[in-house]
Design a protein around this ligand. Structure first.
Ligand SMILES: [Zn+2]
Length: 507
């Protein structure tokens, strides 16, 4: 990478004491503009935080940093439509696992679980910014808990629902982009569809959308998708099935057969249906989610749940509070170690982490290999399905540091599953449209310079179950709002990230 920078200009900027991003001319880049159209080779000029010119050739101006990229690809910064980065972003403002993938914006507040109140959280991040942009949904379970306390294993009363609607409206005016649910999780599983529709109407009034970790990701997957469509139809707002999957042997190989009908039906009925997917066949969650109706001590149901998830050898314990040494072992191995059946081992683990009341649900996290590669591939290739990591900044699942480079390297280059320009559109322009972002998600004059430079010939994920935060290869530089947050594949320590607020935001 050839660098010809103006030392004088840099000195002037430093002397002025202002945190101005230096003006940059990126020469010889292959521009994927985020619309899905074919790339163009040329130069891109950035002044301050904005893209100001794009042309086959731009003459360097005095005072700007000129960087010859020798044919690297340049794309808009990637948008992660389902991130758990809000878990510890304030403790890790560089968010290396995110930015080194080329992700410049994360959508958090997922699975019904958001920071509360968002206004305070956003204010904190605005005062003490991170390297990346953050947008949040308002979480259904979070709002439920505010109103119903720990008494969550039942539908809400009309009075409680009215209080929840008031709180949700407040979160939306704080800048939330809509409502998220995690109906498979205990804090929300007993909410009725009507409760969710009533809340989704509040989100619709704020021009927000609905994103859902659906009620059942196993044998009742399609009933859950029906519920999502019903919510979209009756609350009249766009709906997104997040981390979409065929997560049980009983629905394996159904994506290609049954999903087109869902998109067609949504279109016929005027429902904006979207989805996002992470590129792995295994998930990471609590051990309880595999028995959705919480009948954890019913041996037949547990046995069926294990079978639907591919058997006890496919459930790997990541952490286990009561006996830390069991981390890394499969449920089958633990059962053998305890000399009990896998069903008994499952029930013992649930009991030891809070029993049916589940106060210590997070005391046992598991990785479950319960998806089939053909379904994952179908979702990855679909032109309307976006991408996510579903990852944490320091999570146990390699998706948190590898999802985007895995799509670009493995599925685009090696597997030729979809064209690069389409994959980039699904990472940039498409999610920006879902979020109604006016000036991000494209490389165009006037747009904010959230950018990623990568090498299509070498980009690949390297994160694994053994080393889940290993950085990818082939993504040398990432820019947020005109400032480099990654250079030579390493974080720079710059923190130009913004809190992105929805159109409903009222100061
Ligand atoms: Zn989820």
């Amino acid at each position: 990478m050839r660098i010809t920078s103006s030392v004088l200009m840099t000195a002037l900027l430093l002397a002025s004491g202002r945190l101005l991003a230096a003006d940059v001319l990126l020469m010889n880049v292959v521009v994927y503009d985020g619309t899905g159209s074919e790339p163009l080779r040329g130069d891109v000029r950035i002044e301050g935080e904005r893209i100001v010119a794009i042309a086959p050739h731009l003459e360097p101006k005095s005072g700007e940093t000129v960087l010859d990229q020798r044919g690297l690809a340049l794309a808009p910064g990637f948008i992660d439509m389902h991130s758990h980065g809000d878990g510890d972003l304030v403790d890790d403002l560089d968010a290396a696992a995110v930015s080194r993938q080329g992700v410049t914006t994360i959508l958090v507040g997922q699975d019904g679980d958001s920071k509360f109140p968002l206004r305070d959280y956003f204010a904190g991040l605005s005062t003490n910014p991170s390297a990346i942009n953050l947008a949040s949904m308002a979480g259904h379970a979070t709002i439920r808990e505010q109103v119903m306390g720990k008494d969550l294993y039942r539908p809400s009363t009309p009075v409680e629902l009215a209080q929840m609607k008031t709180l949700l409206a407040r979160e939306l005016t704080a800048g939330a982009f809509g409502l998220s649910t995690g109906l498979e999780y205990e804090a929300a599983h007993f909410a009725t569809t009507e409760e969710v529709i009533e809340l989704a109407r509040v989100a619709a009034d704020a021009k927000g959308f609905y994103i859902s970790h659906v009620r059942d990701e196993a044998s009742h997957t399609f009933d859950s998708f029906d519920e999502v469509l019903r919510i979209g139809r009756e609350a009249k707002l766009p709906v997104e099935i997040t981390h979409i999957k065929m997560g049980s042997t009983s629905v394996w190989h159904q994506a290609a057969k049954r999903m087109p009908e869902y998109f067609e039906r949504a279109q016929r009925e005027g429902i904006e249906l979207a989805a996002d997917v992470y590129p792995y066949t295994f998930w990471h969650s609590t051990i309880r989610v595999i028995v959705p109706d919480r009948d954890f001590f019913n041996p037949q149901k547990v046995e069926q749940a294990l079978a639907e998830n591919g058997g006890a050898q496919n459930i790997r314990i990541v952490n286990y509070g009561p006996e830390a040494a069991l981390a890394g072992k499969t449920l089958a191995e633990i059962a053998a170690h305890w000399q009990v059946t896998p069903v008994e081992a499952y029930m013992r683990i649930v009991k030891a982490t809070g029993g049916a009341e589940g106060p210590n649900e997070q005391d046992v996290n598991v990785l479950g290999t319960s998806m089939s590669e053909d379904d994952v591939r179908w979702f990855i290739a679909h032109p309307q399905i976006m991408f996510c990591t579903d990852g944490e900044l320091h999570g146990a699942h390699p998706r948190g540091a590898g999802s985007f480079p895995r799509i670009l390297g493995h599925y685009v280059r090696e597997e030729k599953l979809l064209p690069l320009a389409l994959a980039i559109h699904k990472m940039t322009g498409l999610p920006a449209a879902q979020l109604r972002l006016q000036d991000r998600g494209r490389i165009a004059v006037g747009y904010v310079a959230d950018l990623v430079l990568f090498d299509p010939a070498t980009v690949i994920d390297r994160s694994t179950v053994e080393n889940p935060v290993a950085p990818p290869l082939g993504i040398p530089a990432v820019m947020v709002s005109g400032e480099w947050v990654v250079r030579d594949g390493a974080v720079t320590g710059k923190r130009p990230g913004r809190v992105l607020r929805s159109a409903a935001f009222k100061p």
